[in-house]
Ligand binder design. Structure first.
Ligand code: ZN
Length: 338
């Protein structure tokens, strides 16, 4: 119960009557003074906003008014009953399905927008603060798990390997970032003809891909595409996107325990992460630009992509196509520039 000293004005005359306002926890209000005896509730009072320590006006329904200097007590009442008002508002909202539905839609838009736009933006920004040695060690660990899981040693002749290394060296000398590039040749039955790039500078090509390519130019085209993924840090960015999405969803769903399992999932995410369409087109453009500087016809590039598409059609294992989902469109872009 709060008691406040105030003056009462009846709204008709200028007479002021000293009164005591008694406010109960239930919200009941009693205003009593000489010749004044009013019962009302907090809900029916209109309390003016606080302006420093000036007198506070409280308006009653009938046009009469109270004035008090006890701002502290008024604030106390506002705080107490506002909180109750908020609670009863939430209670009403919960009962009202259409409002719940709107809230749900807003939540979905928020989550979708966060993942669609916020996460790529955040990862693009975050990738800059990852030291190169960390990026490199993520790539090394990725190769290690791939070696344990999918890869076998290459069956290529030494002379063939040296030849490929030469093609590779000529390409990576153009690196703007001066990454530690490294070519790794592997045999991998499950992957078929495939190439992939790991963060930091490792490019892996499978024996089947080398066998599939009709000439060096097609190999160079694929290498240039993979080099672009490294140069633009697509692997690290995808990894960060997945991690941020996981953190974001953990935040939204309130399931913080899922975060601890995130670090365990990193090697798998690295290997399985698929680049977005945007990343693929960016890498294609890089490859096309490079081929032009080397006077290699871009038909060689579209040819190797078509060949890859053909041989990988029957296998739905982890293949070049599954990580490159927009192949038809890309071939079209490469050939027609649209
Ligand atoms: Zn790619």
């Amino acid at each position: 119960m709060i008691k406040i000293n105030a003056y009462y004005y009846d709204g008709q005359s200028s007479t002021q009557v000293p009164v005591v306002i008694t406010v109960k926890q239930t919200g009941e209000v009693l205003i009593s003074g000489q010749s004044v005896e009013i019962k009302t509730t907090v809900k029916l009072l209109k309390i003016s906003a606080r302006l420093a320590n000036t007198r506070r006006n409280i308006y009653l329904k009938d046009g009469s008014k109270l004035e008090t200097e006890d701002n502290k007590a008024i604030d106390q009442i506002c705080g107490y009953f506002d909180r109750n008002i908020l609670q009863s508002l939430l209670h009403k909202l919960e009962k009202n399905w259409s409002v719940v539905l709107v809230a749900l839609i807003i939540t979905i838009i928020f989550v979708w927008g966060g993942i669609e736009y916020g996460v790529p933006f955040a990862s693009k920004w975050a990738v800059k603060s990852v030291p190169y040695r960390v990026e490199q060690s993520i790539g090394e660990q990725g190769l290690e798990s791939l070696d344990n899981w999918l890869f076998k040693e290459t069956t290529m002749q030494n002379s063939e390997q040296r030849h490929l290394q030469k093609l590779f060296d000529n390409l990576v000398i153009n690196s703007e970032k001066q990454f530690n590039y490294r070519l790794e040749l592997r045999s991998a039955q499950k992957m078929g003809a495939n190439a992939l790039a790991l963060p930091g500078g490792i490019i892996i090509m499978t024996d089947a891909l080398i066998a599939l390519a009709e000439n060096d130019q097609q190999i160079i085209a694929v290498l240039a595409h993979e080099m672009a993924h490294i140069e633009y840090q697509h692997g690290l960015r995808s990894l960060l996107q997945d991690s941020i999405t996981a953190l974001f969803m953990a935040g939204v769903l309130g399931d913080i325990s899922s975060i601890s399992s995130l670090s365990v999932a990193i090697p798998t995410m690295l290997v399985e992460s698929r680049y977005s369409r945007e990343f693929e087109l960016e890498a294609d453009q890089y490859a096309i630009d490079y081929l032009e500087t080397q006077n290699i016809a871009i038909e060689q590039y579209s040819k190797i992509l078509s060949l890859l598409e053909q041989v990988n059609k029957s296998s739905h294992q982890f293949d070049y196509l599954s990580s490159h989902p927009t192949m038809d469109k890309r071939i079209n872009i490469i050939q027609n520039g649209d």
